[in-house]
Design a protein around this ligand. Structure first.
Ligand code: CP
Length: 501
């Protein structure tokens, strides 16, 4: 099957098929062969006139500079920012407005790294130009996984089938292990062996998924036990920045016997990989291993250039360009997160609409949440009436107001304080619309930052609801929703994540 990556957004490694991964590996390996043959500039005219915007809200050495080198060696140019300082992000500009400016400024493609999970899917939805994920929070770093695959492909004589690989370090809090292992699951006879402290171990859901896809996964007691059964050992850095409440010293102790030192590699024919950077204080790889034949992580880092050259070439190698129109897609305004509820009979209506002819009732608020909701909405300061809660309402609080429609920001603010509120719109003394406002449960999801104005969107896969942006699963928890209402909502959603452009 012909592979076409023209103008493709690169958001998740799971969006890549086996054929696409192999195609990128073949093109990347060809770029590598040219470099080895002294022909670094063999492709230096293929992307003349094309430009890459690099938008790094978080620190990066390898990803950012290898994208810059990649486009330069193909004849194109790059510009952008490294850190939000010096940009209008400091003036509270949103992701939507910032990524739109990259199209306005005639860039052909953008690579972005951002601390919020799902921010890259959002940026890709907004931008007309293709967007590449350079890392979104703890979520995904697909070009790292692709460069790891290219490294393995070249080291393993041009195949990814039959690989045996060990994983060590922090297998729980980073994005690398999940992305790489899921990508490997496209291939035949893959064996993964790992050893780590429980807290840093492979997530059980990931192990289950890999096994269901035919990967052999085993936990070993020691690093040497792992080394004894693999050709490659993939070490990772403890993601201290993603472990709130855990001290550096505690993590350092957990890494303890799992650090890679000379004693662990001696006697094995194994190549040690690492996405880098190595944490110099934790020193998960002892410096003496840097000088040992097992060290392959610096070669791996250079494969970042060959992979990114291959990717940029495949995305941009077409005639013409995407014209900037200055308009946003209408689909970006609204979410699909309103789970419609059946409007109950007259008794419930009477209770709701008492003293309101036209307005809004928000019910199923958490006990004790009403004050915070009032403060967040500030309805009285905005000129609306808020009807005082009775004693009964304090146990089971709800909010009645003559504001006839809540804004998206209002509803999101309520849902952040009291998840899954039920919103009832009252028209002419009757409940005209009733729905539960759903919001992604992942606390680091871009949809939960009110000022970013990302409309919550979900898709359904195998009957489960997932956030369009960070792809984490949503569990509808309120007992008020009936099975029928839930099923009707699920069937209304896209049945898989779909590209928006
Ligand atoms: N491996 C990696 O993503 O490195 P940087 O954080 O330096 O880009």
């Amino acid at each position: 099957m012909a592979v076409d990556l023209t103008n493709r957004d690169v958001i998740s490694i799971t969006d890549f098929s086996r054929e696409e991964i192999l195609h990128l590996c073949r093109v990347g390996a060809m770029m590598y062969e040219k470099e080895k043959a002294g022909e670094r500039h063999a492709f230096s005219s293929v992307l003349v006139g094309r430009s890459l915007a690099s938008m790094f809200y978080e620190p990066s050495t390898r990803t950012r500079t290898s994208f810059h080198t990649g486009i330069r060696e193909l004849g194109g140019l790059s510009d952008g920012f490294s850190g939000a300082e010096g940009t209008s992000v400091m003036k509270k500009e949103t992701i939507r407005d910032t990524i739109t400016m990259m199209g306005a400024n005639h860039f052909d493609v953008a690579v972005m790294r951002h601390p919020l999970d799902g921010s890259l899917q959002w940026a890709a939805d907004v931008a007309r130009i293709p967007v590449i994920n350079g890392g979104d929070g703890k979520n995904e770093h697909p070009t790292q996984a692709l460069l790891d695959l290219l490294t393995l492909y070249v080291l393993n004589d041009g195949t990814l089938d039959g690989l045996s690989i060990g994983f060590g370090g922090d297998l729980s809090h980073g994005r690398t292990i999940r992305s790489l292992s899921l990508a490997l699951s496209h291939f035949e006879n893959i064996t993964i062996r790992w050893a780590a402290e429980d807290f840093l171990g492979m997530p059980p859901d990931l192990v289950d998924l890999l096994r269901a896809r035919g990967v052999t996964v085993s936990r070993e007691d020691t690093v040497r036990d792992v080394m004894a059964g693999v050709s490659y050992y993939y070490m990772t850095r403890p993601q201290l920045e993603r472990m709130p409440g855990v001290s550096d010293r505690e993590v350092s102790e957990m890494m303890g016997r799992y650090r890679i030192d000379l004693e662990k590699v001696e006697g094995f024919d194994v190549k040690v990989l690492h996405p880098l950077p190595v944490n110099s204080e934790v020193a998960e790889i002892d410096y003496r291993v840097y000088f040992h034949a097992a060290q392959a992580f610096f070669r791996q880092a250079e494969f970042g250039i060959f992979l990114r050259k291959a990717l940029l070439y495949e995305i941009l190698n077409h005639d013409g360009y995407i014209r900037y129109e200055g308009e946003l897609l209408p689909e970006l305004e609204f979410g699909n997160n309103r789970l419609s509820r059946t409007i109950a009979g007259k008794t419930e209506e009477r209770m709701f609409i008492d003293r309101i002819h036209t307005g809004t009732v928000v019910d199923h608020l958490l006990p004790g949440s009403r004050k915070a909701v009032d403060e967040a909405l500030s309805l009285e300061n905005r000129g609306y009436t808020c009807i005082t809660a009775s004693i009964k309402e304090k146990r089971n609080p709800f909010l009645k107001t003559d504001l006839d429609e809540l804004s998206e920001r209002d509803m999101k603010n309520i849902a952040l304080i009291s998840p899954e509120p039920t919103i009832n719109y009252i028209r002419d003394g009757h409940v005209s619309e009733k729905f539960v406002y759903l919001l992604c449960e992942n606390e680091n999801c871009v949809t939960r930052v009110v000022a970013e104005d990302v409309p919550p969107k979900f898709y359904a896969e195998d009957g489960r609801i997932h956030c369009r942006y960070c792809r984490s699963e949503l569990h509808v928890r309120t007992h008020k929703v009936t099975d029928e209402e839930r099923a009707r909502y699920i069937s209304s959603l896209p049945q898989q994540i779909e590209a928006m452009k």
